[in-house]
Design a protein. Sequence first.
Length: 320
Amino acid sequence: MRRPGDRLHRLATTLCTERTRRRLIDPAIADLQSEFAVARRAGARWHTGRALARGYVSIAKVLVIAACGDLWAEASAWQPAERASARRGLLVALLTTAVATVLLVATFDSGIQTNWRLWGYLVPSMLTVALPLGLLIGSAWTFHGGGRTRKLAAGCVVAAVLCSIAMYGNVSWLTPESNQTFRERAFEQNFGPRDTPLERGLYELTMPDLRNRIEQELATGHPERAHVAESVYYQRLVAAVSMLPMVGIILALAFRREWTRGWLIGAAVVIFGVYCAPFVSSRPLSEALSIAPIVTTWTGPALLTGTALLLTLRRPRARA
Protein backbone atom coordinates (compact mmCIF):
# COMPACT_ATOMS: atom_id res chain seq x y z
CA MET A 1 0.00 0.00 0.00
CA ARG A 2 1.37 3.40 -1.01
CA ARG A 3 1.71 5.79 1.91
CA PRO A 4 1.40 9.58 1.68
CA GLY A 5 4.74 11.16 0.89
CA ASP A 6 6.22 8.24 -1.08
CA ARG A 7 6.17 10.16 -4.37
CA LEU A 8 7.74 13.19 -2.71
CA HIS A 9 10.44 10.91 -1.35
CA ARG A 10 11.29 9.78 -4.89
CA LEU A 11 11.27 13.39 -6.08
CA ALA A 12 13.62 14.37 -3.23
CA THR A 13 15.93 11.52 -4.22
CA THR A 14 16.17 13.09 -7.67
CA LEU A 15 16.52 16.73 -6.59
CA CYS A 16 18.59 16.56 -3.40
CA THR A 17 21.76 14.90 -2.19
CA GLU A 18 21.46 11.85 0.03
CA ARG A 19 22.80 13.77 3.04
CA THR A 20 20.24 16.55 2.65
CA ARG A 21 17.43 14.07 2.06
CA ARG A 22 18.21 12.11 5.22
CA ARG A 23 18.62 15.21 7.40
CA LEU A 24 15.66 17.29 6.17
CA ILE A 25 13.27 15.49 3.83
CA ASP A 26 13.01 12.05 5.45
CA PRO A 27 12.09 13.42 8.92
CA ALA A 28 9.42 15.68 7.38
CA ILE A 29 7.92 12.75 5.45
CA ALA A 30 8.01 10.59 8.57
CA ASP A 31 6.11 13.28 10.51
CA LEU A 32 3.51 13.47 7.71
CA GLN A 33 2.97 9.72 7.72
CA SER A 34 2.77 9.59 11.52
CA GLU A 35 0.21 12.43 11.73
CA PHE A 36 -1.79 10.88 8.90
CA ALA A 37 -1.88 7.51 10.68
CA VAL A 38 -3.01 9.10 13.99
CA ALA A 39 -5.76 11.11 12.26
CA ARG A 40 -6.93 8.08 10.31
CA ARG A 41 -7.19 5.93 13.45
CA ALA A 42 -9.26 8.70 15.06
CA GLY A 43 -11.73 8.32 12.17
CA ALA A 44 -12.16 12.06 11.51
CA ARG A 45 -11.96 12.81 7.80
CA TRP A 46 -11.55 16.53 8.42
CA HIS A 47 -8.51 15.97 10.64
CA THR A 48 -7.09 13.49 8.13
CA GLY A 49 -7.35 15.97 5.25
CA ARG A 50 -5.96 18.76 7.40
CA ALA A 51 -2.99 16.64 8.45
CA LEU A 52 -2.27 15.76 4.82
CA ALA A 53 -2.50 19.36 3.66
CA ARG A 54 -0.32 20.69 6.48
CA GLY A 55 2.23 17.93 5.98
CA TYR A 56 2.50 18.37 2.22
CA VAL A 57 2.92 22.13 2.55
CA SER A 58 5.66 21.64 5.12
CA ILE A 59 7.47 19.07 2.96
CA ALA A 60 7.17 21.30 -0.11
CA LYS A 61 8.83 24.21 1.71
CA VAL A 62 11.62 22.01 3.04
CA LEU A 63 12.09 20.42 -0.40
CA VAL A 64 12.43 23.79 -2.14
CA ILE A 65 14.88 25.11 0.44
CA ALA A 66 16.93 21.89 0.39
CA ALA A 67 17.05 21.68 -3.41
CA CYS A 68 18.08 25.33 -3.75
CA GLY A 69 20.76 24.86 -1.10
CA ASP A 70 22.20 21.81 -2.84
CA LEU A 71 22.17 23.49 -6.24
CA TRP A 72 23.82 26.62 -4.88
CA ALA A 73 26.54 24.54 -3.23
CA GLU A 74 27.24 22.64 -6.42
CA ALA A 75 27.08 25.65 -8.74
CA SER A 76 30.60 26.79 -7.85
CA ALA A 77 32.29 23.43 -8.58
CA TRP A 78 31.89 22.62 -12.27
CA GLN A 79 33.86 19.67 -13.58
CA PRO A 80 35.74 20.01 -16.92
CA ALA A 81 33.41 17.46 -18.55
CA GLU A 82 30.36 19.44 -17.40
CA ARG A 83 31.79 22.68 -18.77
CA ALA A 84 32.51 21.01 -22.10
CA SER A 85 28.99 19.54 -22.31
CA ALA A 86 27.43 22.90 -21.43
CA ARG A 87 29.46 24.68 -24.10
CA ARG A 88 28.55 22.12 -26.75
CA GLY A 89 24.87 22.24 -25.82
CA LEU A 90 24.84 26.04 -25.88
CA LEU A 91 26.58 26.09 -29.26
CA VAL A 92 24.11 23.59 -30.73
CA ALA A 93 21.15 25.54 -29.31
CA LEU A 94 22.41 28.86 -30.73
CA LEU A 95 23.24 27.31 -34.11
CA THR A 96 19.84 25.57 -34.37
CA THR A 97 18.01 28.77 -33.40
CA ALA A 98 19.97 30.84 -35.92
CA VAL A 99 19.49 28.38 -38.80
CA ALA A 100 15.77 27.94 -38.07
CA THR A 101 15.28 31.72 -37.89
CA VAL A 102 17.04 32.30 -41.21
CA LEU A 103 15.04 29.57 -42.93
CA LEU A 104 11.73 30.86 -41.56
CA VAL A 105 12.50 34.42 -42.59
CA ALA A 106 13.68 33.32 -46.04
CA THR A 107 10.48 31.35 -46.68
CA PHE A 108 8.16 34.08 -45.38
CA ASP A 109 5.63 35.27 -47.95
CA SER A 110 4.09 38.65 -47.21
CA GLY A 111 2.10 38.79 -50.44
CA ILE A 112 3.99 41.86 -51.65
CA GLN A 113 7.51 42.44 -52.86
CA THR A 114 9.93 43.25 -50.05
CA ASN A 115 13.60 44.13 -49.85
CA TRP A 116 15.93 41.80 -47.98
CA ARG A 117 16.87 44.74 -45.75
CA LEU A 118 13.43 44.46 -44.17
CA TRP A 119 13.89 40.83 -43.18
CA GLY A 120 15.42 41.79 -39.86
CA TYR A 121 12.02 43.03 -38.70
CA LEU A 122 10.68 39.47 -39.06
CA VAL A 123 13.23 37.92 -36.70
CA PRO A 124 11.30 38.50 -33.42
CA SER A 125 8.17 36.76 -34.72
CA MET A 126 10.18 33.82 -36.07
CA LEU A 127 11.90 33.38 -32.70
CA THR A 128 8.61 32.13 -31.24
CA VAL A 129 9.27 28.96 -33.25
CA ALA A 130 13.06 28.94 -33.62
CA LEU A 131 14.02 29.53 -29.96
CA PRO A 132 12.03 26.58 -28.49
CA LEU A 133 13.43 24.32 -31.22
CA GLY A 134 16.98 25.44 -30.48
CA LEU A 135 16.52 24.97 -26.74
CA LEU A 136 15.10 21.47 -27.23
CA ILE A 137 17.81 20.31 -29.64
CA GLY A 138 20.54 21.81 -27.46
CA SER A 139 19.14 20.04 -24.37
CA ALA A 140 18.87 16.72 -26.21
CA TRP A 141 22.44 17.11 -27.43
CA THR A 142 23.75 17.89 -23.93
CA PHE A 143 22.10 15.18 -21.84
CA HIS A 144 23.65 12.23 -23.57
CA GLY A 145 26.09 9.81 -21.94
CA GLY A 146 28.36 11.57 -19.46
CA GLY A 147 26.48 14.85 -19.80
CA ARG A 148 23.67 13.68 -17.51
CA THR A 149 24.48 15.47 -14.26
CA ARG A 150 22.21 17.24 -11.80
CA LYS A 151 24.22 20.41 -12.16
CA LEU A 152 23.75 20.57 -15.91
CA ALA A 153 20.07 19.78 -15.44
CA ALA A 154 19.69 22.71 -13.04
CA GLY A 155 21.51 24.97 -15.48
CA CYS A 156 19.20 23.84 -18.28
CA VAL A 157 16.11 24.57 -16.18
CA VAL A 158 17.43 28.05 -15.37
CA ALA A 159 18.08 28.63 -19.09
CA ALA A 160 14.51 27.55 -19.91
CA VAL A 161 13.10 29.96 -17.32
CA LEU A 162 15.19 32.84 -18.66
CA CYS A 163 14.15 32.01 -22.23
CA SER A 164 10.49 32.00 -21.15
CA ILE A 165 10.86 35.44 -19.56
CA ALA A 166 12.59 36.77 -22.67
CA MET A 167 9.92 35.19 -24.89
CA TYR A 168 7.14 36.91 -22.96
CA GLY A 169 8.83 40.27 -23.55
CA ASN A 170 9.22 39.33 -27.20
CA VAL A 171 5.59 38.35 -27.87
CA SER A 172 4.19 41.07 -25.63
CA TRP A 173 6.00 44.08 -27.12
CA LEU A 174 8.91 43.42 -29.49
CA THR A 175 7.14 41.22 -32.06
CA PRO A 176 4.05 43.49 -32.47
CA GLU A 177 6.19 46.60 -32.92
CA SER A 178 8.56 44.83 -35.29
CA ASN A 179 5.67 43.45 -37.36
CA GLN A 180 4.09 46.89 -37.64
CA THR A 181 7.38 48.47 -38.72
CA PHE A 182 7.81 45.76 -41.36
CA ARG A 183 4.31 46.38 -42.75
CA GLU A 184 4.78 50.14 -42.92
CA ARG A 185 8.21 49.93 -44.55
CA ALA A 186 7.02 47.31 -47.05
CA PHE A 187 3.96 49.38 -47.93
CA GLU A 188 6.07 52.48 -48.40
CA GLN A 189 8.50 50.57 -50.61
CA ASN A 190 5.72 49.28 -52.89
CA PHE A 191 3.12 52.05 -52.85
CA GLY A 192 4.85 55.16 -51.59
CA PRO A 193 4.61 57.06 -48.28
CA ARG A 194 1.35 57.36 -46.35
CA ASP A 195 0.02 60.33 -44.44
CA THR A 196 -1.25 58.11 -41.62
CA PRO A 197 0.15 54.87 -40.16
CA LEU A 198 -1.29 51.55 -41.23
CA GLU A 199 -4.02 50.21 -39.00
CA ARG A 200 -2.65 47.52 -36.74
CA GLY A 201 -3.87 43.96 -37.12
CA LEU A 202 -4.09 41.41 -34.32
CA TYR A 203 -0.46 40.38 -34.74
CA GLU A 204 0.65 44.01 -34.46
CA LEU A 205 -1.09 44.65 -31.13
CA THR A 206 0.73 44.46 -27.81
CA MET A 207 -0.72 42.24 -25.11
CA PRO A 208 -2.60 45.07 -23.30
CA ASP A 209 -3.94 46.34 -26.63
CA LEU A 210 -5.00 42.83 -27.58
CA ARG A 211 -6.95 42.45 -24.33
CA ASN A 212 -8.63 45.78 -25.01
CA ARG A 213 -9.51 44.62 -28.52
CA ILE A 214 -11.16 41.47 -27.13
CA GLU A 215 -13.26 43.53 -24.70
CA GLN A 216 -14.15 46.00 -27.46
CA GLU A 217 -15.32 43.27 -29.85
CA LEU A 218 -17.45 41.69 -27.14
CA ALA A 219 -18.94 45.04 -26.17
CA THR A 220 -19.87 45.87 -29.79
CA GLY A 221 -21.54 42.51 -30.41
CA HIS A 222 -18.84 40.73 -32.45
CA PRO A 223 -18.13 37.50 -30.53
CA GLU A 224 -16.57 35.81 -33.58
CA ARG A 225 -13.94 38.55 -33.83
CA ALA A 226 -13.31 38.36 -30.10
CA HIS A 227 -12.91 34.59 -30.55
CA VAL A 228 -10.10 35.11 -33.09
CA ALA A 229 -8.39 37.74 -30.92
CA GLU A 230 -8.52 35.39 -27.91
CA SER A 231 -6.79 32.66 -29.95
CA VAL A 232 -3.93 35.04 -30.79
CA TYR A 233 -3.70 36.19 -27.17
CA TYR A 234 -3.43 32.69 -25.71
CA GLN A 235 -1.02 31.56 -28.44
CA ARG A 236 1.39 34.23 -27.25
CA LEU A 237 1.10 33.06 -23.65
CA VAL A 238 1.71 29.48 -24.77
CA ALA A 239 4.88 30.59 -26.55
CA ALA A 240 6.10 32.18 -23.32
CA VAL A 241 5.44 29.33 -20.87
CA SER A 242 5.89 26.12 -22.87
CA MET A 243 9.68 25.93 -22.89
CA LEU A 244 10.02 24.84 -19.27
CA PRO A 245 7.77 21.75 -19.54
CA MET A 246 9.37 20.84 -22.89
CA VAL A 247 12.85 20.88 -21.35
CA GLY A 248 11.43 19.02 -18.35
CA ILE A 249 10.40 16.11 -20.58
CA ILE A 250 13.89 15.92 -22.12
CA LEU A 251 15.49 15.88 -18.66
CA ALA A 252 13.06 13.25 -17.36
CA LEU A 253 13.73 11.00 -20.34
CA ALA A 254 17.49 11.47 -20.09
CA PHE A 255 17.65 10.59 -16.39
CA ARG A 256 15.31 7.59 -16.56
CA ARG A 257 17.58 5.54 -18.83
CA GLU A 258 20.59 5.85 -21.12
CA TRP A 259 19.31 7.19 -24.43
CA THR A 260 21.40 7.61 -27.53
CA ARG A 261 21.75 11.13 -28.84
CA GLY A 262 19.65 10.26 -31.88
CA TRP A 263 16.74 9.03 -29.76
CA LEU A 264 16.81 12.13 -27.57
CA ILE A 265 16.85 14.41 -30.60
CA GLY A 266 13.95 12.42 -32.07
CA ALA A 267 12.03 12.90 -28.82
CA ALA A 268 12.82 16.63 -28.98
CA VAL A 269 11.32 16.81 -32.49
CA VAL A 270 8.13 15.08 -31.29
CA ILE A 271 7.85 17.43 -28.32
CA PHE A 272 8.36 20.39 -30.64
CA GLY A 273 5.50 19.10 -32.81
CA VAL A 274 3.19 19.06 -29.77
CA TYR A 275 4.28 22.61 -29.00
CA CYS A 276 3.53 23.81 -32.54
CA ALA A 277 0.14 22.08 -32.77
CA PRO A 278 -1.82 24.87 -30.99
CA PHE A 279 -0.45 27.47 -33.39
CA VAL A 280 -1.79 25.49 -36.34
CA SER A 281 -5.01 23.92 -35.09
CA SER A 282 -6.33 25.89 -32.10
CA ARG A 283 -8.13 28.54 -34.12
CA PRO A 284 -9.78 26.17 -36.68
CA LEU A 285 -10.77 23.72 -33.92
CA SER A 286 -12.24 26.38 -31.68
CA GLU A 287 -14.27 27.78 -34.58
CA ALA A 288 -15.42 24.41 -35.95
CA LEU A 289 -16.30 22.85 -32.58
CA SER A 290 -17.38 26.05 -30.81
CA ILE A 291 -14.80 25.47 -28.09
CA ALA A 292 -13.32 28.34 -26.12
CA PRO A 293 -9.85 29.33 -27.44
CA ILE A 294 -8.38 28.96 -23.96
CA VAL A 295 -9.18 25.22 -24.09
CA THR A 296 -7.80 24.42 -27.54
CA THR A 297 -4.74 26.64 -27.12
CA TRP A 298 -3.68 25.33 -23.72
CA THR A 299 -4.18 21.66 -24.55
CA GLY A 300 -0.60 21.32 -25.83
CA PRO A 301 1.08 22.89 -22.79
CA ALA A 302 -1.15 20.85 -20.48
CA LEU A 303 -0.08 17.62 -22.20
CA LEU A 304 3.58 18.66 -22.02
CA THR A 305 3.36 19.57 -18.33
CA GLY A 306 1.49 16.39 -17.44
CA THR A 307 3.98 14.25 -19.33
CA ALA A 308 6.94 15.95 -17.64
CA LEU A 309 5.44 15.40 -14.17
CA LEU A 310 4.48 11.80 -14.93
CA LEU A 311 7.96 10.92 -16.18
CA THR A 312 9.58 12.65 -13.22
CA LEU A 313 7.44 11.09 -10.48
CA ARG A 314 6.87 7.63 -11.93
CA ARG A 315 9.20 4.96 -10.65
CA PRO A 316 11.40 3.43 -13.40
CA ARG A 317 10.83 -0.24 -14.15
CA ALA A 318 13.43 -2.59 -12.77
CA ARG A 319 15.48 -4.34 -15.39
CA ALA A 320 15.18 -8.09 -15.58
